[in-house]
Design a protein around this ligand. Structure first.
Ligand SMILES: Cc1cc2nc3c(=O)[nH]c(=O)nc-3n(C[C@H](O)[C@H](O)[C@H](O)COP(=O)(O)OP(=O)(O)OC[C@H]3O[C@@H](n4cnc5c(N)ncnc54)[C@H](O)[C@@H]3O)c2cc1C
Length: 482
């Protein structure tokens, strides 16, 4: 039997538009598909709970898709630089192929593995499956990386046309006998005591087929309303593709072409298509930043924030995480996150601003909570967005812009439908009180069955005072930057 090729799946859990898999097929040799659960290599960030749930189901789906084509997905656990090299020796694989990841831990580890494989006389090769444009391909006129989104996006659109996506291979030659691996259940990725994943099961179908179905639904129902409705958490006009993109069940080139094709047949969709592609651009920009600033997840991009006078307070942070701040739009978002593993983008901004500005909690604490609870938690987008919210990131929102959670709620959830969905204890309040229950007359509260501090908390901080305190703290930054 000819020497097999190992295809090491990582954040590319799909068969279509998978260049590493396509290269293995083109080599016309037996293929060993491999996934390694690596939580121990230096610099690798352990997965959060929601991501572990997703990974279990996504691997299960990938395993089924491969089995339907005659291949068994091999699961192994440990430091990938050792595990992959050992498997290559065990099966005598000449080449090992994978699609690239851009977080610093993976880059370091993959470089080590590459050296080991070459020293063993094998041929490693890596490909781009996860980005429209890899971070080193775009440079500013001065030769550096982009710190500001708009010129980055302009350059990306002017210089790159995403190639057409590759089809899923029809047949995949297997190695016989296939190497042994772990049983997926033995990795215990699913929560058991307690099983908090009921909301995730209700809302998501991990895997390539689920991702395609989600994209098809968005093209049919969401895209037409995207431009006008994307900021409205009370409407379902976003694509909710983020976890599928995050795990590579769908690649950005596939999404790009599907959107462009749909818009070409219906020019009225141009505005929405542009606005949607721009969001994909933000995803690219985050990866660009992380590649060029590997400390993105831990250190502020703007050094004047290094000694910002945060006021770490575990009690306030816990109230925020549990959705018990007394500000309905913030609490609704945090409950949505806990239940479904996802939160609407506008509400992520409002809840994030509340944590870092109203409560003066370090942005890293919010980033860590999101990392643990989001099914789409991403090495680059999560910290980049938190830095943006805190005002210390690239292209950040100005630090003196402090979202007012009542006005934001009234603007983006004007009838309170989103709040009522996630905070049923407030459902009986009339629209004009839903975002500020503590100001409702006693009779209105009584009619709605709301007892402040019993069924729903009063605000844990007064926004006006908290805003003034935040601005005073930020004045310190202004002086340093001057
Ligand atoms: C504090 C904070 C933390 C965030 N953490 C993450 C994260 O860990 N992972 C993540 O994927 N997104 C994150 N985002 C960005 C954004 O909220 C989500 O990508 C979006 O809500 C996903 O919903 P959707 O798929 O319906 O998006 P759509 O509006 O349908 O957008 C399409 C795709 O574009 C990308 N995208 C959309 N908005 C952004 C954005 N602002 N920045 C980067 N990419 C974007 C996503 O891949 C998304 O699936 C964060 C935003 C904030 C404010």
């Amino acid at each position: 039997m000819p020497s097999p090729v190992i295809v090491w799946f990582r954040r590319d859990l799909r068969l279509a538009d998978n260049p590493a898999l396509a290269a293995a097929v083109a080599a016309d040799r037996p293929i060993i598909p491999l996934y390694v659960l690596d939580e121990v290599s230096p610099g690798i960030r352990p997965l959060g709970g929601a991501q572990r749930w997703w990974l279990h189901h996504s691997l299960s789906a990938l395993g089924r898709d491969l089995a339907a084509r005659g291949l068994g997905l091999v699961l192994r656990r440990g430091p990938a630089e050792t595990v992959v090299a050992d498997l290559a020796r065990q099966v005598g694989a000449d080449s090992v192929l994978w699609n690239r990841c851009y977080d610093p831990g993976s880059i370091r580890r993959d470089a080590v593995l590459k050296r080991v494989l070459v020293a063993d006389g094998r041929q490693p090769a890596s490909f781009n499956a996860g980005l429209l444009v890899e971070p080193w391909h775009l440079q500013t006129g001065a030769g550096g990386f982009y710190r500001v989104f708009t010129p980055f996006w302009r350059a990306l659109r002017a210089r790159f046309a995403p190639p057409a996506p590759l089809p899923a291979p029809a047949g995949l030659p297997a190695m016989s006998p296939a190497p042994a691996g772990d049983a997926l259940d033995s990795w215990a990725l699913l929560p058991t005591r307690p099983d908090w994943a009921g909301g995730l099961r209700d809302g998501w179908t991990p895997g390539e087929a689920g991702a395609r179905a989600r994209l098809a639904r968005f093209l049919a129902d969401g895209l037409a309303h995207y431009e006008a409705g994307r900021d409205r958490p009370d409407r379902a006009h976003g694509s909710r593709l983020s976890p599928h993109l995050q795990w590579g069940e769908l690649g950005p080139r596939q999404v790009w072409h599907a959107i462009a094709y749909r818009a070409a047949s219906e020019p009225a969709l141009d505005g929405s298509a542009d606005s949607f592609l721009r969001e994909l651009g933000w995803r690219e920009f985050s990866q660009h930043l992380l590649f060029h600033v590997p400390s993105l997840a831990t250190a502020p991009l703007r050094p004047e924030f290094d000694d910002f006078p945060w006021r770490p307070d575990p009690v306030q942070r816990a109230a925020w995480a549990a959705g018990r701040t007394g500000y309905p739009i913030v609490d609704a978002g945090m409950r949505e996150l806990w239940y479904s593993g996802w939160m609407h983008n506008r509400v992520r901004m409002i809840a994030g601003s509340f944590l870092v500005k109203d409560l003066l909690q370090p942005w890293q604490t919010g980033e860590a909570w999101f990392w643990d609870t989001l099914v789409d938690a991403d090495h680059a987008t999560n910290p980049a967005s938190w830095q943006w919210v805190a005002g210390c990131g690239a292209d950040a929102a100005p630090y003196f812009r402090v979202f007012n959670p009542v006005l934001q709620g009234e603007k983006f959830d004007p009838r309170g439908a989103y709040v009522r969905r996630w905070l049923p204890e407030l459902a009986g309040l009339p629209d004009d009180c839903i975002h500020k229950p503590w100001l409702a007359p006693a009779a209105v509260l009584a009619r709605a069955g709301v007892r402040l501090d019993e069924t729903y908390p009063r605000p844990i901080v007064d926004h006006k005072a908290a805003r003034a305190r935040a601005l005073a703290a930020f004045a310190h930054i202004k002086q340093k930057a001057a």
